[in-house]
Design a binder for this molecule. Sequence first.
Ligand SMILES: C[S@@+](CC[C@H](N)C(=O)[O-])C[C@H]1O[C@@H](n2cnc3c(N)ncnc32)[C@H](O)[C@@H]1O
Length: 250
Amino acid sequence: MSDPLRRWREHADTAVLLDGFHALKHALRFGAEVPVAVTTDRRAALALAGELAGDVRGALEALLAEVPEPAYASLVPRPHPTGVAALAVRPSREANLRALALMPRTAPVVVLDNPRNLGNAGAVIRLAAGFGATGVVTTGTLDPWHPTVLRGGAGLHFATAVERLGVDELPAGPLFALDPEGEDIRATELPDDAVLAFGSERTGLSPELRARADHLLRLPMRPQVSSYNLATSVAMTLYHWSATGAASPA
Ligand SMILES: C[S@@+](CC[C@H](N)C(=O)[O-])C[C@H]1O[C@@H](n2cnc3c(N)ncnc32)[C@H](O)[C@@H]1O
């Protein structure tokens, strides 16, 4: 194997960081191209793979290069308890747009309308991956491939199409926007080609997105509670989709 630190430097400017064993495991499972992966303890990392990720153990064996602790620490913002880090090639915008446009769609697209919290965005990508959603689209300025979003997504950006688009560029399909003022979601069956939109943590749905929505839906919530957290709202809505006749993730 060529010098891993040199390979790291070659890819650092264009690739995205996979921070920790689990992020690397997920990325490999979902077909990410990983040009370099390092660990401070190859034996321990491969033992973990044997225990938790037999399906990608061979790939990890071929990829993981052991580096001294200080070298590893110089590559990551803060050392991960598993002592594993890797770089992955970010899927092209064209590939993501193709995946988002593919019809017939077998699972919804989640839209986060101008999200502000990087941790929420990561949690939503993890949810979308778990439910087999077609993709997660963000509007506004937040970069859904920001390192903090990647950390929250646990390497699952590679399991769904993650892209930033304008409200006027959203994928086709009936647009269901979630808002406490909408109709009760329990009376609605969400189709597989649904586009499910959620508002910003601070200000809710933008006027542009509201104007484009075909349906406004509310999640059951007791009076005097103003709203749920963004990621938990996505979780409830995807669960509702999965439980009301659409394809099941498992
Ligand atoms: C934290 S909330 C936004 C709160 C914001 N202060 C507002 O004025 O709407 C983030 C998003 O979660 C979704 N959400 C939260 N609670 C909901 C509920 N009870 N019904 C439907 N959607 C909800 C909405 O899409 C909302 O825009």
